[in-house]
Design a protein around this ligand. Structure first.
Ligand code: CA
Length: 426
């Protein structure tokens, strides 16, 4: 890059690790969960409870009466635990050359459908295709018998076997039974019945049953909201979801940002919106100017892998992607895949590949020590979210380090026993 722009050197010393665990599936509880009831007892309770959820009793008995628990589903819940995978590993595993090629082929094959959905909902086709690719590899996973399961059995297994989140699973089970009761799904096209992932996410863009009830649409006009076998219905449902959650037509998600040398990392606080004009005055410019047709457009700046990794200017639509899945790794994957599908090149700045990731225990230790020193992390859950990153920035600033909010082993060492020269926050 030309001289005013910060260079993004390939790191040769292993000092950085990623603490943004892609907790894509579910939040784990810190406390020990209550002991589950025997499945048969719980199943009987569910049938009685379903009546209070406007589910016809005959349907509840037919769907639940002879069910057995699915051990694979329970195993999947416990394998979600401690992700220790760098952010860039997650992103790059999801944005492969094969997926980019497949996505561009789908955009060509389904061009009329995408155009009609864009016209109706104002959501860019490349974003929709990116969700489709990340959620189901453009529908390919729906043909994989190893990952497709009967939704009612999965959700009943979880409602009974995951007591810490039982209310959530019960609510989704109720929604699934209501879909069946109201004959909304095209069961005649689905020999396996209502099918989905082990966690009950259904169809091409993996809607949970409650999301299906609220946001799925019939776009191909056959009066069925078919997110399993109708690509127009599935993609329009996702567009409808995004629009209902605040997607602004004509605006993208943002862009990678190019930072000047000596940039003050504390400005990348994730929360302060500035106009593009104001960012330019600070030396920041978008790598993809087309993402900012308007200089008055506001964006926040984020450094998800610290000052030596790529920076991103995020428009309000990025927060809508996070509504689909709250993991930053997920949202960045959708955003960056959408750019690649559009034909844009990859990142200018490479990720800071190198050192290992903090373990869950280390992340909790970091949060505990930050909190003890007065830098509130909003709890000790082993997840480096916005509050923990804000606490890290305050701690780093107090000891004269670049305040990039990035948790790595060196920073943990520093707070565990390194030179203690920080001033206490107010
Ligand atoms: Ca339809």
């Amino acid at each position: 890059m030309s001289s005013p722009i910060r260079s993004c050197p390939e790191l040769r010393i292993a000092v950085l690790a990623c603490a943004l665990a892609p907790t894509v599936a579910s939040a784990a509880s810190e406390a020990s969960p209550p002991v589950p009831l025997p499945f048969e007892t719980c199943r009987t309770d569910l049938i009685a409870w379903a009546a209070s959820q406007a589910v016809p009793q005959g349907l509840a008995e037919a769907q639940l009466g002879s069910l057995t628990s699915d051990p694979e589903v329970l195993a999947a819940t416990t394998s979600q635990g401690e992700f220790v995978r760098p952010l860039w590993d997650y992103i790059e595993a999801s944005i492969t050359p094969a997926r980019i090629e497949a996505g561009r082929a789908k955009l060509a094959d389904q061009a009329e459908t995408f155009a009609a959905i864009e016209a109706r909902y104002g959501v860019d086709r490349h974003i929709l295709a990116a969700f489709w690719g990340v959620e189901s590899s453009f529908g390919a996973v729906l043909d994989n018998p190893a990952v497709v399961k009967p939704v009612v059995r999965s959700l009943a297994t979880l409602a009974c076997g995951d007591p810490a989140r039982a209310p959530y699973w019960r609510n989704e089970l109720s929604a699934a039974l209501q879909i069946l009761a109201w004959n909304q799904a095209p069961l005649e096209r689905m020999p396996g019945g209502l099918t989905g992932s082990w966690a009950g996410a259904m169809g091409h863009t993996q809607f949970m049953p409650s999301v299906y009830q609220r946001d799925a649409v019939d776009f191909d006009g056959d009066s069925k909201r078919d997110i399993w076998t109708s690509v127009p219905d599935a993609l329009a449902s996702t567009a409808n979801y995004l629009r209902a959650h605040g997607w602004k037509p004509g605006e993208g998600w943002g862009s990678e940002a190019l930072l000047p040398d000596g940039f003050d990392a504390a400005l990348a606080d994730e929360t302060t919106p500035r106009t593009l004009t104001a960012w330019r005055a600070l030396g920041v410019r978008p790598a993809r100017p087309a993402a900012f047709p308007d200089e008055a457009a506001e964006a926040t700046l984020i450094l998800p892998a610290g000052i030596r990794g790529p920076a991103f200017l995020l428009r309000p639509n990025f927060a809508v992607i996070l509504r689909y899945n709250t993991a930053l790794a997920y949202a960045l994957t959708v955003a960056l895949l959408s750019d690649r599908l559009r034909g844009d090149p990859g990142l200018v700045c490479d990720w800071p590949r190198g050192d290992r990731v903090l373990t869950g225990d280390e992340r909790r230790d970091l949060q505990t020590r930050l909190t003890e020193r007065g830098f509130a992390t909003g709890g000790v859950d082993g997840k480096i979210g916005p509050k923990t990153r804000a606490a890290l920035r305050a701690f780093q600033g107090s000891i004269g380090l670049p305040a990039d909010g990035y948790a790595d082993p060196a920073l943990l060492e520093r707070i565990r026993g390194g030179p203690s020269t920080e001033t206490q926050p107010k």
